[in-house]
Design a binder for this molecule. Structure first.
Ligand SMILES: [Zn+2]
Ligand SMILES: [Zn+2]
Length: 341
């Protein structure tokens, strides 16, 4: 572990600091895919590299394939089985959430499977009056299971109901358009990132923040169950990312992967730990320091690493104190322009 020892090239190695129990190498970076001038090699390495390790997208794809092959209702089930296919979709989503959320929470927080190693914020989950039931974990479970899973399932029921009845463009089998089939997985990651930035910026408008988004921001330090702990209107907006499949011809695996990336992805990205260690070995990439910074400092990092909208709109916090000052200075300029312009 290092203590803020910034090297000559301006990088701080991964380690601990006054603010963080653990931080990754600073400054953190965004995907190089949209860099200008273009860096095709770095972009390709970034795009392909994600799929060559046990990264969150690989985790979501495994969950999606298992869900689709073993548990998902077929188009003919949907046309003929009344409402039982809807119950089936709800139970698959609930099952996936409970399995991943419980595994992460028990391992990282209840049994302290890796103690404080690679944990961003050393504080434990809180008991405080600002949470429903006065308890962060119970609050997070309530908003996730009572609101999050039903809203997300309702979006999927709408999509699969329409698709089964021939109302939406679909890819019947992966073999029909193999290149398109693969490209859509890449497209989903970029679309999800840009969509998230858009709706997230929207609900940071003060009146919407007070009415809706404050529920998610009760969590200043986060745990796995904080990921989907949102006001139901935020759930509706967050999962509306699915609307891309209403226009882009998609296979059910794409749609399930996309919604698992949003839901299971949020459990992982809020886990509070950079990676999950099993027997001292780094296995699954889990938390997102990028988003952890948003929970602590609010007015930065509205998006995710895939599409650098935060950089383009001057809200990117790369974890360094220089970035914090830059963001503050930019906000002052914007406010000043508003008052004088
Ligand atoms: Zn926010
Ligand atoms: Zn969050």
């Amino acid at each position: 572990m290092t203590h803020n020892n910034t090297s000559e090239n301006g990088h701080t190695p991964a380690g601990s600091s006054r603010e963080w129990n653990f931080h990754p190498k600073l400054p953190i970076t965004l995907s190089p895919v949209f860099d200008s001038p273009p860096r095709p090699k770095a972009a390709l390495r970034w795009i392909v590299g994600t799929w060559l390790t046990f990264s969150p997208p690989v985790n979501h794809l495994v969950f999606a394939i298992v869900a689709y092959v073993f548990f998902w209702p077929s188009a003919s089930d949907i046309q003929t089985s009344g409402v039982s296919w809807m119950v089936q979709i709800f139970l698959v989503n609930l099952g996936a959430t409970v399995v991943l959320g419980t595994a992460l929470h028990l391992y990282l927080y209840r049994f302290n499977g890796q103690q404080q190693r690679l944990k961003f914020d050393k504080r434990p989950m809180e008991k405080s009056a600002r949470f429903t039931f006065g308890d962060q974990v119970l609050d997070n479970l309530y908003w996730t299971l009572v609101w999050g899973v039903p809203v997300w399932s309702a979006w999927m029921m709408l999509y699969f109901g329409l698709a089964a009845n021939g109302q939406l463009p679909v890819l019947e089998t992966a073999g029909d358009e193999p290149v398109l089939f693969i490209l859509i997985f890449f497209l989903i990651r970029f679309w999800q990132s840009a969509h998230f930035y858009g709706i997230h910026r929207l609900i940071h408008i003060p009146v919407l923040y007070k009415a809706i988004h404050h529920v998610h921001h009760r969590n200043i330090n986060v745990g796995p169950w904080s990921g989907l702990s949102m006001h139901p209107i935020e759930h509706v907006l967050y999962f509306s990312s699915i609307l891309i499949h209403f226009v882009v011809p998609s296979h059910p695996i794409h749609v399930i992967f996309h919604l698992f990336s949003l839901s299971l992805g949020a459990l992982l990205s809020h886990s509070g730990f950079e990676r999950v260690l099993l027997r001292e070995k780094e296995t699954l990439k889990a938390g997102s320091f990028h988003h952890q910074l948003h929970h602590r400092y609010f007015e930065c990092n509205y998006g995710s690493e895939e599409v650098p909208l935060d950089r383009w709109f001057h809200s990117f916090h790369d974890g360094t104190s220089a970035a914090r000052q830059r963001i503050r200075a930019h906000k002052k300029v914007v406010r000043h322009d508003k008052h004088t312009g």
